[in-house]
Design a protein around this ligand. Structure first.
Ligand code: NAI
Length: 327
């Protein structure tokens, strides 16, 4: 099949070329939207990423131009108009799960960095500054860690923190019995928040969880708490987070996702004037660590994303059932 890739980065080219088995792959740097959809003319398959805009007009035009399958190379599909895809008989597939270890381990990396300040130590030593002043951290052993959302990623994260000798508390709409057996205690959110030294978010973004971290919930936390968000930016009311950082209620903040990330992440903006004053304010705090949605970014996860996507397209071409079809 001819497959058009949108929002392509160098690593997409590398991994998809490696696992391709006979398809014609054409990589476009452009985001897929109403202005760029013409590029996909005569491609039976298109492969898109989180911020591509698969609106009804885009899907209508794709279908008219010959596209029969949309393969999302990610788990989320909130930018895909599924009704339009169905109306045009265009199949939509995704990669629902890829290495939960990648994201869980990145959350742990953020905790260790914020705590032991290795990012600062690295720069200091390279400049010949061997002082330890203001690099004091704390033992993770014996601390209480709260996990909000104990699905695939949250449970891996909880087990890693148990391994550090932490007391692990969890909040989820469904308790995981295996985790309870391993020593994790489930509590209602309002009981969990005041107990924790570290809180890590691993639930999806939906109507119930939007701004789950807000003025009120931040106020229930232990003063000086560490908050980690590797899940979705919209879980945290960023304005409330900034106020809590200013007052010291929030002692550390590590985010791999950000409410307005769409305009910033995945591109080199180092030569541009960044107009987003909220992210600039966040980055001005010495106790804030921001990474640009790289939780998923491991060799294993990229391999799984490429293999699953190619497999779905192979299945579609061969008329086999699509395991990862959406809608
Ligand atoms: P999952 O679906 O396996 O687990 C989500 C868990 O959250 C489930 O146990 C569910 O019951 C729970 N949950 C749902 N609604 C809740 C609520 N209102 N309150 C508390 N818990 C609730 O998802 P998985 O694979 O563990 O992924 C979690 C999130 O991680 C994803 O939704 C995504 O936003 C994020 N993610 C981030 C990546 C990154 O690169 N930073 C990459 C992949 C996923």
């Amino acid at each position: 099949m001819r497959i058009a890739f949108f929002s392509t980065q160098s690593y997409d080219r590398t991994y998809f070329s490696q696992f391709n088995n006979g398809h014609e792959l054409v990589f476009f740097d452009a985001q897929l939207n109403e202005q760029t959809v013409e590029l996909a003319r005569d491609f039976q398959a298109i492969c898109a990423f989180v911020n591509d805009k698969l609106t009804a007009p885009v899907i209508n035009q794709l279908a008219a131009q010959g596209t029969r399958i949309i393969a999302m190379r990610c788990a989320g599909y909130n930018n895909v108009d599924l009704a339009a895809a169905q109306a045009n008989q265009v199949a939509v597939v995704r990669v629902p799960a890829y290495s939960p270890y990648a994201v869980a381990e990145h959350a742990v990396a953020m905790i260790l960095t914020l705590n032991r300040k290795t990012h600062k130590a690295y720069n200091r030593v390279r400049e010949g500054n061997f002082s330890l002043e203001r690099l004091t951290g704390f033992d993770l052993h014996g601390k209480t860690v709260g996990v909000i959302g104990t699905g695939q990623i949250g449970q891996v994260f909880a087990r890693i923190m148990l391994g550090f000798g932490c007391r692990v508390l969890a909040f989820d709409v469904i308790a995981n019995r295996d985790l309870e057996a391993a020593g994790v205690e489930y509590l209602p959110l309002i009981k969990l928040l005041p107990e924790c030294d570290i809180i890590s978010l691993h639930c999806p973004l939906n109507d119930q969880t939007k701004h789950i971290i807000n003025d009120q919930t931040l106020g229930m936390m232990k003063p000086g708490v560490m908050l980690i968000n590797t899940s979705r930016g919209g879980l945290v009311d960023t304005r409330a987070g900034i106020e809590a950082l200013k007052s010291g209620q929030l002692g550390y903040l590590g985010i791999d996702v950000y409410e307005q990330e769409e305009k910033l992440f995945f591109h080199n903006r180092s030569e541009e004037i960044i107009e987003d004053e909220v992210i600039m304010r966040l980055m001005s705090f010495p106790n804030v660590l921001v990474t640009a949605h790289q939780g998923f970014f491991t060799d294993e996860a990229l391999t799984q994303i490429a293999q699953t996507t190619i497999q779905s397209i192979n299945d579609f071409e061969a008329g086999r059932p699509l395991i990862y079809k959406i809608g």
